[in-house]
Design a protein around this ligand. Structure first.
Ligand SMILES: [Zn+2]
Length: 168
């Protein structure tokens, strides 16, 4: 079946394809091969039909991701199960933040939420900025805030945190 083949080819090429409503969302970290893109476009309806049937729920995807990351840490990284789960949890918090976390205007500090003006600021990897002060208070405050938000969102989806994260 062509749709199944195309999906496999696209994933092998590093593309992510997903269905959002009636749309096919194709994303890539690298440049998309034009031939492949043209084929995807041409077979859009079939692709959507195949993907909808095989689409795991959002919650299931986050669960799988957590499990997969924990397994990699445990079996490839040689960590204990508890440590592997703790690291995996931190990684999915990061991932959630990357996908859904808030983005503030560049002239607002993501830590204290006051204007940055002419003060020294630190650019974060997520595009937000924080004041630089001697104790990195804004940086720390921002880290706690986004992690907390990500953690609550993940918990709201019903994922259970590893025991060590629970005590944090
Ligand atoms: Zn600040």
């Amino acid at each position: 079946m062509i749709a199944q083949r195309l999906i496999e080819d696209a994933r092998a090429a590093g593309l992510s394809i997903e269905v959002e409503g009636a749309d096919l969302i194709v994303e890539a970290d690298c440049e998309m091969p034009p031939d492949l893109l043209a084929s995807l476009r041409q077979h859009k309806a079939e692709l959507i039909a195949v993907l909808v049937v095989s689409k795991p729920s959002k919650v299931q995807r986050w669960r799988d991701e957590f499990e997969e990351r924990a397994a990699i840490r445990e079996y490839d990284g040689g960590y204990t199960r508890a440590e592997a789960e703790r690291l995996a949890w931190g990684e999915i918090e990061n991932r959630w933040h990357k996908e859904h976390g808030e983005r503030l205007s560049v002239d607002i500090c993501a830590g204290c939420r006051r204007p940055i003006d002419q003060s020294e600021a630190l650019d974060q990897i997520d595009g937000n900025r924080v004041h630089v002060d001697r104790n990195f208070a804004c940086l720390i405050k921002y880290g706690e805030r986004w992690r907390g938000t990500a953690r609550r969102a993940i918990l709201d989806m019903g994922l259970k945190p590893p025991a060590e994260v629970d005590r944090r």
